[in-house]
Write a protein that binds this ligand. Structure first.
Ligand SMILES: Cc1cc2nc3c(=O)[nH]c(=O)nc-3n(C[C@H](O)[C@H](O)[C@H](O)COP(=O)(O)O)c2cc1C
Length: 187
């Protein structure tokens, strides 16, 4: 029997609809083909205002505290954010400022970002990866960046993006052998 992998995905966009959320859902769908998942999405569009009003962990509502705790206890974290002014949005950083300093040590983190153009694709390497490296997380080598042109409205719209999403899931899968889907033998 496979052990469900607890995947928590953070959507750093405070807007709805959200291309970053579309990217998260596509990543989860690809992971779900390979692994047995127990999935939760922490969506800044739902919590950004209340989160922003809390300067300390103690000031969080019980609901948001539970979501921060879920991030801390995930087996795999998907950290996805839109690019704002060449980096992640401030409220995304504020969320991780409230996560325990040691809570992400050795935690696998799949990085993802969306932006208006390809010019900021290295936000994964120059902004998101250093943040999670500071927190001593294990950022996965393959992250996914998508620009507006990769989407058809609010759907994955380019084969290049679909391939990149599939690659990220494929490369993440061997890390979680205990959660691998049992392949049915066709003989
Ligand atoms: C305040 C703000 C700043 C932005 N800055 C950038 C930027 O520096 N580079 C970029 O490529 N896109 C930038 N964008 C575009 C967003 O990153 C892009 O539309 C993203 O896909 C939005 O994600 P969402 O649909 O999940 O909210 C910015 C958008 C906003 C609202």
């Amino acid at each position: 029997m496979s052990t469900p992998l607890k995947v928590v995905a953070v959507n750093g966009s405070a807007h709805q609809p959200s291309r970053t959320l579309v990217l998260i859902q596509a990543l989860l769908a690809e992971l779900d083909q390979r692994l047995v998942l127990d999935t939760q999405i922490v969506d800044l569009s739902e919590i950004a205002r209340a989160l922003g009003a809390a300067l300390t962990r103690q000031e969080l509502s019980a609901d948001i505290e539970a979501q921060v705790a879920a991030i801390e206890s995930a087996d795999l974290l998907i950290a996805a954010a839109p690019v704002y002014r060449g980096s992640f949005p401030g409220h995304f950083k504020h969320l991780f400022d409230l996560v325990g300093m040691d809570a992400l040590i050795d935690k696998p983190v799949l990085l993802a970002a969306t932006g208006g153009s390809d010019r900021h694709a290295l936000v994964l390497e120059h902004q998101l990866r250093p943040l999670f490296s500071f927190l001593q997380a294990l950022t996965l080598p393959v992250g996914v960046y998508a620009s507006t042109a990769d989407f058809d409205g609010y759907q994955v719209g380019s084969q290049a993006l679909a391939t990149r999403i599939a690659l990220a899931a494929e490369r993440a899968t061997p890390l979680f052998a205990a959660s691998a889907r049992q392949l049915r033998r066709v003989a």
